[in-house]
Design a protein around this ligand. Structure first.
Ligand code: AMP
Length: 632
């Protein structure tokens, strides 16, 4: 086995040779001429001139050797359905979907927005887009009409693919009305909408615009659609993520570099082999879903398990029974899901035979040491905390057990992964922090390795402005996360340095929630902050000043308005953005220049010292905030 230190060193000091080797893990139609073009930093082009296709690497390349092996397993504990598709079945379904998409006028380079629940057709749709060179943009199905509308407005898709409904905790959530509402609020509408009718909530169809997947599937069954070969830098997809502003950013990824990065991570980090089963419990609407439900495992020739439902329904043992049934070898989940399980701890929780499982990977939010220890003791398998972002597409910090077996440390996502030149810098001076255990901002020296954000779609300038700064003549990428590194080189993540919050592993922009709340007629000003929570990591808490104070002066009046506000957020953004608490306060703390002090509010909520109150225009405001927080 190779030594990881040497493996990592080569990736940073000899990137051309290192990545050329990794590139042999995928199929290329035409070889690349140059490994890296970094002539106009911070823009990096990997595998220049190489020609490939993601769908080919995920499906077609396996047809010769494992056509009959399982590629996709779908389990819905919501509807009680369970389906299995071999590579050959998936090949056929994806070609049918590709033929449908082409018939609806989509061409190479066009964008297709996918607003879908966790059903096989969502995976077919993503792979079909990749197959024909269309750029998919999946919007998380839990988002409601405003979030959806802003993403449609930005993406300007040629086609939207959606479904009649999703299902959560036994409750049907109709998607089509949310989509129709969103479409009323956008300036450019797609010519076509493709609807997968699951038979859950009869969708009303708009003549000339809406098409039925069921009818078109009948028409195109058995279609042959060849892969569109793409130059390595051609965009494969965009995926929206939240930032400091209310406008979500469309993270755009390339094709060849992403394929190489995923294939390499499946080998070095996730240690997956053909014929095995991978189970990522995320959603296709998030980056983990893209990389490790859909593309990564399939590229590795593994079966991938797509799960619709809760971790606790019909009971908290469900995921472990699926591990047993489908002989899952690697599982990927979130700390919140494990904390939820921990709440339901009982003897029957881990009754299933887990002998197939080699490791459990957890990401998306900090894994607190007690939760890490609890699940480790329960499973007696390596628990691999890994840190990354929508922007990176694959882990920045982890342990690469496929390269060299290394110990994890509870509370730490581990070491920098190959290709990521990770450092900590002082937030004020930009100087590198070299001493162990001193807090700094986690940055990555450019170029980012293959598979990472290529740009923000249609907005190169925003990409550079948002993420990059030039320090001592070198472009550095900011993760916006605080971190520390210990004497062994292991990193610990201490939370975001911007206004992004992380609720149950879902990244949310506080500004988006504030904008929705501002839509209430009695809201004068609002500040939303993330407050630490023992189950979800963080929850959103909204502080509001009312225009008409008398309306919220009584308990009943305030409760009625809080309900209206929560409904508004749910309608606009979806249940995941719903604040855990809404508090009316007389005023919000601001600096003398009028800047809202969210961090001060957050400190009060978490019982910490609010810091430098001298900059605050009126320090007495803080007392009222503290009072509101402690009053129930
Ligand atoms: P997202 O883009 O939604 O994947 O969110 C990325 C953010 O989630 C990161 O910037 C971190 O703040 C947080 N995050 C992801 N993985 C971890 C982890 N293993 N430990 C701590 N924080 C994490």
């Amino acid at each position: 086995m190779t030594n990881y230190t040497e493996f990592y060193r080569r990736s940073i000091e000899e990137p051309d040779a290192f990545w050329a080797e990794q590139a042999s893990l995928i199929d290329w139609k035409e070889p690349f001429e140059k490994v890296l073009d970094y002539d106009s930093p911070p823009f990096a082009r990997w595998f220049v001139g190489g020609v490939t296709n993601l769908c080919h690497n995920a499906i077609d390349r396996h047809i010769a050797n494992r056509a009959d092996q399982t590629a996709l397993i779908w389990v819905s504990t919501e509807t009680g359905q369970e389906e299995t598709y071999s590579f050959s079945d998936l090949h056929a379904e994806v070609q049918t979907m590709a033929a449908i998409i082409l018939s609806l006028g989509v061409k190479k380079g066009d964008r297709v927005l996918i607003y879908m629940p966790m059903i096989p057709q969502s995976v077919f749709a993503m792979l079909a887009c990749s197959r024909i060179g269309a750029v998919h943009s999946v919007v998380f199905g839990g988002f409601a009409s405003s979030s959806l509308a802003s993403r449609i407005e930005d993406a300007k898709p040629k086609l939207i693919i959606s479904a009649d409904a999703g299902c959560r905790a036994g409750k049907v959530i109709p998607y089509k009305p949310l989509l129709d509402e969103a479409l009323e609020h956008v300036s450019t509408r797609p010519a076509k909408v493709l609807i997968v009718d699951r038979g859950l909530a009869a969708p009303s169809m708009c003549e000339d615009r809406d098409e039925s997947y069921t009818s078109l599937r009948r028409e195109f069954l058995g279609a042959t659609v060849p892969c569109e070969w793409l130059e390595s830098s051609s965009p494969s997809y965009t995926l929206y993520t939240s930032g400091t502003t209310g406008t979500p950013k469309a993270v755009q990824r390339e094709t060849g570099g992403y394929a190489v990065a995923l294939a390499a991570s499946m080998k070095h980090i996730f240690c997956g082999s053909p014929g095995e089963t991978f189970f990522a419990t995320s959603d296709i609407g998030w980056v983990v879903g893209h990389s490790y439900i859909v593309y990564g495992p399939l590229m590795a020739g593994m079966g991938t398990l797509l799960y619709e439902g809760l971790p606790t329904r019909p009971d908290p043992g469900i995921w472990w029974r699926l591990v047993e049934k489908y002989k899952v070898t690697a599982m990927f989940s979130s700390p919140t899901a494990i904390r939820v399980m921990k709440q339901h701890e009982n003897e029957s929780l881990f009754e299933a035979d887990l002998s197939s499982l080699r490791s459990l990977y957890l990401a998306g939010e900090p894994l607190d040491a007690p939760t890490g220890k609890w699940i480790h003791d329960a499973l007696r398998k390596p628990i691999i905390d890994n840190y990354w972002q929508t922007e990176s597409g694959w882990p920045i910090l982890a342990v690469a057990n496929g390269v060299e077996r290394m110990n994890s440390k509870f509370g730490s996502p581990g070491l920098p992964m190959y290709g990521f030149a990770v450092r900590l810098i002082d937030n004020e001076t930009g100087e590198q922090i070299t001493v162990p255990n001193r807090k700094g901002i986690l940055i990555i020296d450019g170029p980012l390795p293959p598979g990472c954000i290529q740009t923000i779609a249609d907005d190169d300038e925003r990409f550079v402005r948002t993420y990059w700064s030039e320090i001592h003549g070198r472009y550095v990428y900011s993760t916006f996360d605080w971190g520390v590194r210990d004497e062994d080189g292991y990193y610990f993540i201490l939370g975001r340095a911007d206004d992004v919050i992380n609720v149950a592993g879902h990244r949310l922009g506080t500004r988006e929630i504030e904008e929705s709340i501002s839509g209430h007629p009695n809201v004068a000003e609002v500040a939303v902050v993330g407050v630490s929570d023992s189950l979800k990591g963080q929850v959103a808490v909204a502080f509001i000043t009312a225009k008409d104070r008398s309306a919220v002066a009584t308990g009943d009046g305030a409760s009625a308005q809080k309900r209206e506000i929560l409904k508004l957020v749910e309608r606009d953004l979806g249940g995941i953005a719903r604040p855990a608490r809404v508090l009316f306060v007389p005023a919000l703390p601001k600096t003398r220049s009028g800047k809202l002090l969210r961090r001060t509010i957050q400190a009060i909520c978490e019982g910490r010292e609010p810091g430098n109150v001298a900059t605050i225009e009126d320090p007495t405001v803080l007392e009222a905030i503290a009072e509101a927080v402690t009053a129930t």
